[in-house]
Ligand binder design. Structure first.
Ligand code: URA
Length: 430
């Protein structure tokens, strides 16, 4: 059967299903440069507006997996014993630096984490952008090195490269065409990378709330169920936690600032919500990896997780002895009056940090490692007039005005503490 891009675009634009053959053709054609970015952008927008059913999403995912290599770690051994592999993926949040302590905790408990990671998407940060704020760190790692690191260190965090290359191209295109917040596009993007990456099991952190791509709980639940089903279809045991993303995670948002906060958590301190989520996700990962008898919280206290993190960074060329970059310019927001800090809106903070230069608005743009925002007063804390609430950092001070405008719309000082919400909302398995 022969296809052409305008017909495929019109099919979806008019709300009809894409056939399996059309999906295979479009993903292969875009991956190999036979379909122009303008055409793919139009199709993505049609998918964004019209959606795809489960069958289309499953085929789109399979076509993205087939666009590149698949890794297989089933033969991995340590000390003569099989080495279980397990990964986690977050659907994207604000201040979400959990991967950094999490992979280290899981490695310290004896599983291995092969993690194909992404860059920032929209207003959310990406693990690779964060880690690249460490001098010398490289996410470009050969398959042999990944295998070696899993054996020696218990973790590797790398750019997907030849794993689902269709996703890398689509991810970058979605980021700049307003087509990120689409359930089938998120599900296929996440699961294609994770299926190709070859981990033995997967835990998903599906964010819900103002700072998430899925802002309502029913939509986040549907996303989680879709991804868990895609995992099962591809023989990848997958479970998902629905977690709150109405507020930023922790007190630091921005690439280098988040690495610094992750180091605090690895040193046994850090914000309670970051520690709680790290430990919850680690428990899920260890259960899927078949490891019991290891307390994730203990590895943060006794330094074994920190040892793994240092080894991981060193294996990928990073030097933690070199100070992390800090934006050259800073501005502090102070309290206009006394009261109680109300909710801090994750989307407002994410957009402020993106405006400060921590994210991209053009393809391939270099992000500012030192751009970001530090939160000095968490929701519910008492504040006195004139006290610092937030400090914003950037290398390009003309960005402050727009960043401040985003931030100012995202917090209040009132008389009573905001409603408490649980961080983990639900757990979804097949
Ligand atoms: N994470 C991904 O890998 N892809 C998305 O589309 C969103 C979050």
């Amino acid at each position: 059967m022969s296809f052409d891009a305008p017909t495929v675009i019109r099919t979806k634009r008019d709300g009809r299903r894409l056939s399996d053959e059309a999906i295979d053709w479009v993903i292969d054609g875009y991956t190999h440069g036979r379909i122009a970015a303008e055409q793919m952008s139009a199709l993505l927008m049609a998918v964004f507006l019209r959606g795809m059913d489960y069958g289309e999403t499953a085929r789109w995912t399979a076509a993205m997996v087939a666009s590149g290599e698949r890794l297989d770690f089933t033969a991995l051994r340590r000390g003569g014993n099989p080495l279980p592999t397990v990964d986690k993926h977050s659907t994207g949040g604000v201040g979400d630096k959990i991967t950094l302590p999490l992979v280290s905790v899981v490695a310290a408990c004896g599983a291995a984490v092969p993690q194909a990671s992404g860059r920032g998407l929209g207003h959310t940060g990406g693990t690779l952008d964060k880690l690249e704020s460490i001098a010398g760190f490289s996410g470009v790692v050969s398959n042999d090195q990944v295998r070696q690191q899993l054996h020696d260190v218990g973790a590797a965090i790398f750019a997907a490269g030849q794993l689902a290359p269709a996703d890398a191209k689509l991810y970058a295109l979605r980021d700049i065409t307003g087509t990120v917040e689409s359930l089938p596009l998120i599900a296929s993007s996440v699961m294609s990378k994770k299926i190709a990456e070859g981990a033995g099991a997967l835990v998903l952190d599906v964010k819900v709330g103002s700072g998430a791509f899925m802002q309502s709980e029913p939509l986040a639940r549907e996303l989680a169920e879709t991804m868990v089903a895609l995992g099962a279809e591809h023989g990848l045991p997958t479970c998902a936690l629905l977690t709150d993303m109405n507020r930023p995670l922790g007190a630091a948002v921005g690439n280098a600032l988040e690495v610094a906060e992750a180091l605090e958590v690895l040193a046994g301190g850090g914000p309670a919500d970051v520690v709680e989520l790290t430990v919850c996700l680690a428990r899920e990962m260890l259960a899927l990896a078949g490891i019991d008898g290891c307390d994730p919280a203990q590895t943060l206290q006794d330094g074994t997780a920190m040892d793994r993190f240092r080894a991981l960074i060193a294996a990928q060329g990073g030097d933690l002895a070199i100070p992390l970059p800090v934006g050259k310019y800073s501005e502090t927001v102070t309290a206009a009056r006394s009261g109680t800090m109300g909710d801090i809106d994750a989307m407002a903070v994410g957009l402020a940090v993106w405006r400060l230069g921590a994210g991209r608005s053009r393809p391939g743009e270099v992000v500012q490692s030192g751009a970001g925002l530090q939160i000095h007063r968490q929701p519910g804390s008492p504040v006195a007039a004139g006290e610092p609430l937030f400090t914003l950092y950037t290398d390009t001070p003309e960005r402050f005005e727009q960043a401040m405008a985003e931030l100012n719309a995202g917090f209040t000082i009132g008389h009573s503490p905001p409603t408490r919400r649980s961080l983990v909302i639900d757990r979804i398995t097949s």
